[in-house]
Design a protein around this ligand. Structure first.
Ligand SMILES: *[C@@H]1O[C@H](CO)[C@@H](O)[C@H](O)[C@H]1NC(C)=O
Ligand SMILES: *[C@@H]1O[C@H](CO)[C@@H](O)[C@H](O)[C@H]1NC(C)=O
Ligand SMILES: *[C@@H]1O[C@H](CO)[C@@H](O)[C@H](O)[C@H]1NC(C)=O
Ligand SMILES: *[C@@H]1O[C@H](CO)[C@@H](O)[C@H](O)[C@H]1NC(C)=O
Ligand SMILES: *[C@@H]1O[C@H](CO)[C@@H](O)[C@H](O)[C@H]1NC(C)=O
Ligand SMILES: *[C@@H]1O[C@H](CO)[C@@H](O)[C@H](O)[C@H]1NC(C)=O
Ligand SMILES: *[C@@H]1O[C@H](CO)[C@@H](O)[C@H](O)[C@H]1NC(C)=O
Ligand SMILES: CC(=O)N[C@H]1CO[C@H](CO)[C@@H](O)[C@@H]1O
Ligand SMILES: CC(=O)N[C@H]1CO[C@H](CO)[C@@H](O)[C@@H]1O
Length: 592
């Protein structure tokens, strides 16, 4: 028998609850939320558009978890919970700033505690109907975690962490990996600089016959895990003469920026990546890349001197061939359309692209990337998007289902940038201070086209922002200078945006070996697909009408030893109503 007491608008509810005890499904995805591995999150989502979470924190005090608009506490949508020393539990849905938020969207499944940790299990709908709430979408989520040593919740005094994470995953990374592997590591004296991009060129394994690379794993020196920000592996074609040694990727020697076709990527918070069972990257044939460029972004924010480290990647490869070879199509630069037309070099037809994953890439000012697909002038859907893009989280993301791109389809890549912190204009280019706008599409079967990159007619834009229509008399260099001298304000930004969209676009189609063909194109409008229906559970899960129960395992306070002295009681899916910071206090007969 369970009693539920809740103080809601000063009223007291007393309930008897039935028990539909069922084992919770395993949560497939997991990550540590803080650098010292105190807080561990497991999560998963189901077809009913519910996302379940299990938060495990090394504390016997309160724990909190939530979604934040920008990564900090104000404005975030948080649940807190814990177990009092007497075994009673508390749980609360809380909106940090907006005191009028009366919508309750988290449902508690259980809170348990042992000698060292508190574990809270809860779930919520992806789309809630509350405008104050932060929906769970394909965008990068900003998560906040906090916890304290005792059961007095004090957000601003506890330990607090924020983390960007991509939650909408469909497939577990990893799987068995028993075959040959090769590690590409380099010893690198990390300079006393906040940001350093180090690059080196490394040969792929010299296998005598065709092999498949099917998995990629970051290798990072454990002591300095926060030092490595991201790792990217690019494939090199046969057309470039590659430099030796390690150098700045985007520094004085432009050769260190050669090879731009991303093969795999990892960023802080990421994990290993394994290709789907039916496709992998081919090596060992004459048409395959023989070298890679390894790019490691170090962030020495504490400016520690004398850090020498060897980090890098491990690639797993096997002679047991998958059905298809993976290709990577790089599309992007500015907002531009790509006519997916194969270069007529061999006169061969290119088969449909089966896209299974994508990776978005901009530099620091990037705030959002969107890549819609068009067929016969009509938008089919969005291949890949993140409207809360975080530069520090560049990872390969699996698609929900395989998407087919047919020859003749168009792909547009649109990026949103925010440059409020910059006074001068930001031009496109490879350095971190320049900008990029790219979407890498991972597909099979492999074809020889490696990139479709576009840019607008700079003469036209130069003419428009200077209020001249004599663009024919301008040279490209003058046009760029003209753009550099514009007094940028809302109006000129608008003119430039419009001009860039109206301008004729040059689309360069290249193979990995730098064979090239140019096309022209135009930019189509992007329509925003309708949002999925939201779920307003606020009214349905009031305390007087609990609809379901879940297992609650309470560890009675004072239980000694490491035995699993747990008792089972039932608990409704709790979801608070009405109060901004209301508490549910639940006492079970085991709670004494
Ligand atoms: C357990 O302790 C909490 C906090 O001290 C208190 O609010 C609650 O009433 C107690 N529960 C029981 C069953 O004694
Ligand atoms: C306490 O719970 C955590 C999380 O479930 C677990 O990792 C740990 O081993 C447990 N400790 C003891 C002493 O049972
Ligand atoms: C690179 O490979 C292509 C075949 O894919 C070949 O046609 C070309 O001649 C090669 N270029 C060089 C410089 O070896
Ligand atoms: C890619 O090029 C190689 C040789 O240049 C050719 O043998 C192969 O069939 C081409 N692949 C495709 C998909 O066109
Ligand atoms: C420019 O537009 C932004 C919002 O779009 C607005 O906040 C800002 O005040 C505007 N600046 C000027 C100078 O009009
Ligand atoms: C395509 O355009 C680029 C950039 O304008 C130019 O460098 C290149 O020569 C052109 N290639 C062809 C085949 O026209
Ligand atoms: C959600 O449902 C509750 C109770 O039925 C209602 O008060 C509230 O206005 C609804 N919210 C929205 C955004 O529809
Ligand atoms: C950020 C970080 O963990 N830095 C550590 C890297 O390694 C050196 C030496 O082992 C430590 O002193 C730093 O604290
Ligand atoms: C200074 C530092 O952290 N050095 C570490 C680099 O990585 C190796 C292992 O790869 C460690 O043994 C060093 O301590």
């Amino acid at each position: 028998m369970v009693f539920l007491f809740s103080r809601i608008k000063g009223m007291l509810y007393l309930l008897f609850l039935p028990c539909f005890c069922s084992a919770p499904p395993p949560l497939r995805f997991s990550v540590f939320l803080d650098p010292s591995n105190m807080a561990y999150l497991r999560w998963d989502h189901d077809e009913q558009e519910m996302m379940s979470f299990e938060l495990q924190v090394c504390t016997t005090g309160w724990v909190a978890f939530g979604f934040s608009p920008h990564g900090d506490l104000p404005g975030s949508d948080i649940v807190t919970g814990g177990v009092f020393p007497n075994g009673s539990i508390y749980f609360c849905d809380y909106h940090v700033v907006d005191e009028e938020d009366d919508s309750q969207d988290y449902q508690l499944l259980s809170v348990t505690e042992n000698e060292t940790s508190t574990t809270m299990l809860f779930k919520r709908h992806l789309w809630t109907c509350d405008p104050n709430d932060l929906d769970i979408t394909v965008d990068t989520a900003r998560l906040v975690t906090a916890f304290g040593p005792d059961d007095t919740v004090q957000f601003f005094k506890g330990q607090r962490f924020s983390k960007s994470l991509f939650l909408m995953r469909y497939r577990l990374p990893g799987g068995p990996s028993g075959d040959s592997s090769v590690s590409f590591l380099f010893q690198f004296a990390v300079p006393v600089e906040e940001t350093k991009y180090a690059c080196t060129f490394i040969p792929l394994p010299m296998v005598k016959q065709k092999h498949h690379i099917y998995k990629f794993e970051p290798v990072i020196t454990p002591h300095n895990i926060s030092l490595v920000h991201h790792i990217l592996v690019y494939a090199c074609g046969n057309a470039s003469v590659l430099p030796t040694g390690v150098d700045d990727c985007y520094g004085a020697n432009p050769d260190f920026a050669l090879c731009s076709q991303v093969l795999v990527g990892w960023a802080v918070g990421g994990e290993s990546y394994q290709f789907p069972d039916e496709a992998a990257i081919s090596i060992g044939t004459p048409w395959d890349p023989q070298y890679i460029r390894l790019e490691i972004h170090y962030s020495n924010f504490d400016l520690l001197p004398g850090l020498i480290n060897s980090s890098g990647v491990r690639l797993y490869y096997t002679p047991e061939l998958r059905k298809y070879d993976v290709g990577v199509l790089q599309t992007g630069i500015f907002a531009f359309p790509v006519h997916f037309i194969p270069p007529g070099m061999s006169g061969m037809l290119v088969p449909d692209l089966h896209v299974f994953a994508c990776l978005l890439h901009t530099h620091l000012p990037g705030r959002g990337v969107k890549a819609p697909q068009y067929r016969n002038g009509k938008q089919l859907g969005i291949i890949c998007e993140d409207s809360k893009y975080n530069f520090r989280l560049q990872e390969i993301r699996d698609m929900k289902e395989i998407l087919v791109i047919k020859p003749g389809d168009e792909i547009l890549v649109e990026c949103n940038f925010q440059t409020l912190d910059r006074s001068g204009i930001t031009f496109g280019g490879p350095s971190t201070m320049n900008e990029m706008c790219l979407a890498f599409l991972f597909y099979y079967p492999h074809n020889n086209i490696s990139s479709c990159m576009g840019y607008p007619d700079i003469l036209y834009i130069g003419g428009m922002v200077n209020g001249k229509d004599n663009e024919n008399e301008m040279f490209a260099v003058e046009a760029v200078m003209a753009i550099d001298f514009v007094d940028w304000d809302n109006e000129t930004v608008k003119i430039a945006e419009t001009a860039a969209k109206e301008a004729e676009q040059v689309v360069m189609i290249k193979t990995i070996n730098e064979l090239q063909r140019n096309e022209t194109g135009l930019i189509r409008d992007i329509s925003i697909p309708e949002q999925a229906a939201c779920h307003n559970i606020s009214g349905h899960l009031s305390v007087s009408g609990p609809r379901a129960t879940a297992n609650l395992r309470l560890t009675a306070a004072g239980t000694s030893g490491s035995s699993t002295a747990k008792e089972t009681a039932s608990l409704p899916l709790l979801s608070l109503t009405q109060l901004v910071f209301a508490w549910l206090i639940l006492a079970s007969e085991y709670g004494k």
